[in-house]
Ligand binder design. Sequence first.
Ligand SMILES: [Fe+2]
Length: 251
Amino acid sequence: MDCDTERFAVIADIHGNADALAAVIADLRGQGVQAVVNLGDHFSGPLAALETADLLAGLDQVAIQGNHDRVLVTLAPEDMGLSDRLTHQALDARALDWLRDLPAALLLGDVFLCHGTPASDNTYWLETVAPSGAVTLAARDVIAAQIGDSPAGLFLCAHSHVARRVDLPGGRVVVNPGSVGCPGFRHDIPHPHRIETGSPAARYAIMTRTPQGWASDLRAVPYDARRMARLACRAGQGDWARVIATGWLNR
Ligand SMILES: [Fe+2]
């Protein structure tokens, strides 16, 4: 992707959902977008890792690693969790080599890419988790403190799977495009909590530079999730199957 591109798509947290990715690619093409930035967690999950790798190989994109991608290329399979271990088995050498070469973060002109925060691929930037498990918008000064002395004006992050835009003093903008392939999950760090978007739609964003600043189009693309839900079901992953089909974990 050209570093000074004025309009591009942001995808993230595909998690091996090839059918959601195909729907997003069709949608962004329909919007006339060619360039894509991809914020990581490309493959991990009980879905279609290798198909996802094939789709990604055909994209004009700039990609970084997510926390699960880092695990896939740095840990021995026996030290991975079950989901990452099965994903590692499903991928071929070409996909793992591609993953290994990706950076953890990147500055493209005045656009900064990271998976979690600039300092961590395993921390939500825009959300805070209370001891009760409630997940809410983080305080503005906490969000702004992560920027440090970065010269960027647009900051792109992922990991929480929650699509959101935050505007900070000085015209700086932080955008999480949401998750292409996984609209909810349970997690225990820093406290047990769940993320549910309430919709099975595939999320991504289109960013456009305007004279007034960055315009963001946070898109939700409907697609037929039945094949991916069946794959999750066959792998014995009921939470994955339910959330992919509905956007909810328990219904
Ligand atoms: Fe992540």
